[in-house]
Design a binder for this molecule. Structure first.
Ligand code: IPD
Ligand code: CA
Ligand code: CA
Length: 261
């Protein structure tokens, strides 16, 4: 698997932040039992990871700007490219010592995602994809699952937490998918949900209320693994609509029809 120079830079940044987050993850376990809990510590870990990623990427490509969960928009001189970064996707898991969280870095070029990296340091799973070059987990090439029937398929989704709208809509969506599938999972990190679709671990994924940094890297992972990604209106405005649905093309269509029924 030959990685481009840009993808290498992204991998280096994710791995460096990952080493730091791994150490912090160990610390979180002991903080669970403290009176204060790990809240502030996790907020800091998140910010520090983002700083590492920002420093690594801007050292290698100073002209490229950023869209980051914590730091927001940082304009770059290059009008075509921008990095889209979520330093810890799956913060609730991280805070509860659940080893399902990821560092997500994508490169967007003229509105298209052209490269993505998602790294789960707790499981040492590195997902990478580049436009036209396939998707990989560590060194293994990824393919989406080939199931064609809803009743045989397992889906992953996100449950809107307290303070978010759309609880009623979600319960309705869940009811429909429960009745028409082999099961629903909630892993708690949208970037990894998409990687799990790419890896064929689950057959499809849908969620509403997501931000670009939750989905950007995962979108190219699914596409490069032979899958399809759209928004819940069957269009390609995932960032604008904040919605997403993914799977092999047959299952994506059937899941969408189920959700809309
Ligand atoms: C969250 C995760 C989660 C999704 C939420 C996101 P965060 O990101 O991706 O799976 O359901 O909507 O906000 O806050 O852990 O970076
Ligand atoms: Ca996120
Ligand atoms: Ca985050």
């Amino acid at each position: 698997m030959a990685r481009s120079a840009l993808l290498n830079v992204m991998v280096q940044a994710a791995m460096k932040a990952g080493r730091k987050l791994s150490r912090d993850f160990g610390e979180v376990e002991s903080l669970q039992v403290s009176v204060k809990g790990p809240g502030d510590f996790v907020t800091n870990a998140d910010k520090e990871a983002e700083k590492i990623i920002y420093q690594e990427l801007s050292k290698a490509r100073p002209e490229i700007g950023f869209l980051m969960e914590e730091g927001g928009v940082i304009k770059g001189k290059d009008p075509q490219n921008r990095w889209i970064v979520d330093p810890v996707d799956g913060t609730t898991n991280f805070m509860h010592s659940i080893p399902i969280f990821g560092i997500s870095i994508a490169l967007e070029r003229e509105g298209q995602i052209v490269a993505g990296v998602v790294y789960n340091p707790a499981m040492d799973e590195l997902y990478t994809a580049e436009k036209g070059k396939g998707a990989f987990m560590n060194d293994r090439r990824l393919r989406v699952a080939n199931r064609k029937e809803m009743l045989e398929s397992v889906f992953t989704t996100g449950i809107p937490h307290l303070g978010r709208p759309a609880h009623k809509d979600f319960l309705e969506q869940q009811r429909k998918v429960m009745l028409n599938s082999a099961g629903i999972r909630r892993f708690g990190a949208a970037s990894l949900d998409l990687c799990y679709v790419a890896a064929g671990r689950v057959d499809g994924f849908w969620e509403t209320g997501l931000q670009p940094w939750d989905m950007a890297a995962g979108i190219i992972m699914v596409r490069e693994a032979g899958g399809y990604v759209t928004d819940l209106d069957d269009g390609h405005d995932m960032f604008g609509t904040t919605t997403i649905i993914a799977g092999n093309e047959t299952i994506r269509k059937k899941l969408l029809a189920t959700l809309k029924a």
